[in-house]
Design a protein around this ligand. Structure first.
Ligand SMILES: [Zn+2]
Length: 133
């Protein structure tokens, strides 16, 4: 997953209690920002048994890290400006938006988790046109 302006998130493996890595100890995996900051609980190893569940846990961890470290809501529905939440949609974990309450618009699924990038316009380098002299 990638965050606008923040670079890619990464999974960070740490030994419990910050001890030096020991192959005999189960490692703890955190979702970290590109700069290594992370927050919240580590991912439970058992979660890997169920891909949808594992993705949901990672999505939760991403949101917790982003909220705590960056103090921003992510992801936000571009249509309604609301923070979205992961929700199962026909067996596929997706970002769910509560919709426009004032207009009583329906809640909707915006994109599958991990596919949010496909909705965004391609990022262009912020280059200024050079004026010919
Ligand atoms: Zn929306």
């Amino acid at each position: 997953m990638t965050l606008p302006e923040q670079g890619p998130l990464r999974l960070l493996a740490l030994s419990p209690f910050g001890a030096p890595f020991d192959a005999d100890e189960p490692e703890e995996v955190h979702v970290a920002l590109a700069n290594g900051e992370w927050h919240g609980n580590h991912l439970h190893p058992d979660s890997a048994d169920d891909p949808v569940n594992a993705l949901a846990i990672i999505a939760d961890a991403v949101q917790e890290t982003v909220t705590a470290c960056l103090r921003q809501v992510w992801p936000v529905c571009a249509e309604h400006g609301l923070g979205m939440h992961p929700r199962d949609a026909n067996g596929r974990l997706s970002w769910w938006c509560a919709g426009e309450r004032l207009r009583r618009g329906p809640a909707h699924i915006r994109a599958a988790v991990g596919a949010l990038d496909t909705l965004m316009p391609p990022r262009r380098p912020n280059r200024r046109s050079r004026r010919a002299r």
